[in-house]
Design a binder for this molecule. Structure first.
Ligand code: HEM
Length: 413
C-alpha cells in the first residue's frame, strides 16, 4: 500500500529497520495514519500494528494473540546440531514472557509479592547506592557520555545488588548479562552468536550455583525469596525454570532501563521549561517519568502469534500470522493523546501509556524501573542542575528496531 506520501509501506519499513533513520517517530506517524494503521512487513514477516486501540486489544486478548513464540525470536532460532545451542535453547526457551496461561500464570505468581510498588521500595537504598557510586565519578564542568558512564551501568548494578550477586562477581555478571541480551538481537550471527551462547551458559551456571547456595542458606536477597516462594499451584519453580526466570530479569530490565535514562535525559535537555519545573519541584518527577515512558518508550516493538483467525484493524488475518504491536506508535496516537508529540508534564494521563504494555504480560519490573528513573533523575538534577548538551554529537542507536535508545548522549555537567 502507498502511504500518504508516494512511498510504499515496504519502503518505509526498509528505512525503519535498515538502520537508516535516526528518528523513527515520523515514520510511525505515517504508518499509523495510512489506511487502518496495520501493515504487513515482509522484513519482519509480521503485521505491524500502530494504533493505540489495536495494540491494547492485542495485549488484552492473550487467548487469540499468543506469547508462546520463543522459537521465532532470534534467541530461539538455534542450531539443533550443536550441543551448546541445544542446552541454551532448553533453558532460555522456558522464559515465562514467552508462555501463555496456565504456564505463564504459575511462574509469574512467584514474582507477584516481590515486585509490588510497596515491596520495591525496600530496594531504594540499593538503587541510590548504585547511582551515587557512578555520579561520584562525575566532575562538575566536564563533558561525559551518559550512556556508558551512567545509563548502562545503573540497571546492572541494581539487579546484581538486589539478586544478591556477590560484589566481586559484578564485573563478570555485567559481561554475561550483555552477552545473553545479545542472543535476542537478530544482527548477532555466526561466531558472534556462538560466543554469546557460550557466555550465556556461563551466566546460567553461575545463577544455578547461587540459587543452590541460597536454597541451603537464605540471605534475604531476591534469589533467596524466589527459590522459597510457592507458585499458585503450591510448588516451587524447578531448576531449569528458575534459572530461565532469573536470567529473564536481566535481559528484560537492563537495556530497557538504560534507554529510560538515556531517552529521559534527552527529553530534559530538549524541554528546558519542563526541566525547570521539575528542578524547582521534584514531586513532579513521577509525572515526568510517565511522560518520558509515553513519548519515547524504551521498548518499541513486541510480537504475538495468532492462535485463530482474527480481525486486526480492518483486516482478517489467518491463524498462524504474526503481529508486531508497536508501542512507540500507539503511545503517540492522537486519538488518545492530544498533541501527542509534545512532552507535557501536566497531561494527567499517567498509566494510560503502553510502555510497560497491558494485560497479563504487563512488565513485572515496572515499579523497579520507575524507582530507578526517579532516583537517577533526582540525583542528576540535584547535583548538576545546569547540565547541558555536550560538544560531541548525541547519536541514536539505529540498528535495533525493537528497543531504541541512544548510543552516545554526551553532556556537560
Ligand atoms: C523502563 C524499563 C522497562 C520497560 C520499558 C519494560 C517494558 C516491558 C514490556 C513492554 C513488557 C511486555 C513484553 C511483552 O509481553 O511482549 C515487559 C515484560 C517484562 N518485564 Fe519489563 N520493562 C522495563 C524494565 C524491567 C525491569 C527493571 C525488569 C526486572 C528487573 C523487567 C522485567 C520484565 C519481565 C520479567 C517481563 C515479562 C512479564 C510477563 O511476560 O508476564 N522489566 N517489560
Amino acid at each position: 500500500m502507498a502511504t500518504s506520501g508516494t512511498r510504499t509501506t515496504e519502503e518505509v519499513f526498509a528505512d525503519l529497520f535498515g538502520g537508516v533513520v535516526q528518528d523513527p517517530f515520523p515514520l510511525y506517524d505515517e504508518l499509523r495514519e495510512t489506511g487502518d494503521g496495520v501493515h504487513y512487513s515482509s522484513l519482519l514477516q509480521s503485521h505491524f500494528v500502530t494504533r493505540y486501540a489495536d495494540v491494547r486489544r492485542i495485549a488484552t486478548d492473550f487467548r487469540t494473540f499468543s506469547s508462546d513464540l520463543f522459537d521465532v525470536t532470534p534467541a530461539g532460532m538455534h542450531d539443533a546440531g550443536d550441543a551448546e545451542h541445544r542446552r541454551f535453547a532448553e533453558i532460555a526457551g522456558r522464559l515465562f514472557m514467552f508462555a501463555d496461561p496456565p504456564v505463564h500464570t504459575r511462574i509469574r505468581s512467584t514474582f507477584r509479592a516481590a515486585f509490588t510498588p510497596e515491596a520495591v521500595e525496600r530496594w531504594r537504598p540499593a538503587v541510590l547506592d548504585a547511582t551515587t557510586a557512578l555520579l561520584d565519578e562525575f566532575e562538575p564542568g566536564t563533558e561525559v557520555d551518559l550512556m556508558p558512564r551512567l545509563a548502562a551501568d545503573v540497571p546492572v548494578a541494581v539487579i546484581a545488588s538486589i539478586l544478591g550477586v556477590p560484589r566481586e562477581a559484578w564485573g563478570h555478571f555485567r559481561t554475561w548479562s550483555f552477552a545473553y541480551a545479545s542472543t535476542f538481537d537478530p544482527m548477532v550471527q555466526g561466531a558472534r552468536r556462538d560466543e554469546a551462547i557460550r557466555t550465556s551458559l556461563a551466566l546460567f551456571d553461575f545463577l544455578a550455583d547461587l540459587a543452590a547456595q541460597r536454597r541451603a542458606r537464605p540471605a534475604g536477597d531476591l534469589i533467596s525469596t524466589i527459590v522459597h516462594t510457592r507458585t499458585d499451584d503450591g510448588d516451587v519453580l524447578g531448576e531449569v525454570e528458575l534459572i530461565a526466570q532469573l536470567a529473564l530479569l536481566l535481559v528484560a530490565g537492563n537495556e530497557t532501563t538504560t534507554n529510560l535514562i538515556g531517552n529521559g535525559s534527552t527529553l530534559l535537555l530538549d524541554n528546558p521549561g519542563a526541566r525547570a519545573e521539575i528542578t524547582a519541584d521534584p514531586a513532579l518527577l513521577p509525572d515526568a517519568i510517565e511522560e518520558m515512558l509515553r513519548i519515547d518508550p524504551p521498548l518499541h516493538l513486541t510480537i504475538r502469534l495468532l492462535t485463530k483467525d482474527a480481525t486486526v484493524g480492518g483486516q482478517r488475518l489467518p491463524a498462524g500470522s504474526l503481529v508486531s504491536p508497536c508501542i512507540a506508535a500507539a503511545n503517540r496516537d492522537p486519538r488518545v493523546f492530544p498533541d501527542a508529540g509534545r512532552f507535557d508534564l501536566h497531561r494527567g494521563e499517567n498509566g494510560k501509556h503502553l510502555a510497560f504494555l497491558h494485560g497479563i504480560h504487563f512488565c513485572v519490573g515496572a515499579a523497579l524501573a520507575r524507582l530507578e528513573g526517579q532516583v537517577v533523575f533526582e540525583e542528576m538534577l540535584r547535583r548538576h542542575p545546569g547540565f547541558h548538551a555536550g560538544t560531541e554529537p548525541a547519536v541514536r542507536r539505529t540498528l535495533n528496531s525493537v528497543s531504541r535508545g541512544w548510543e552516545k548522549r554526551p553532556v556537560v555537567l
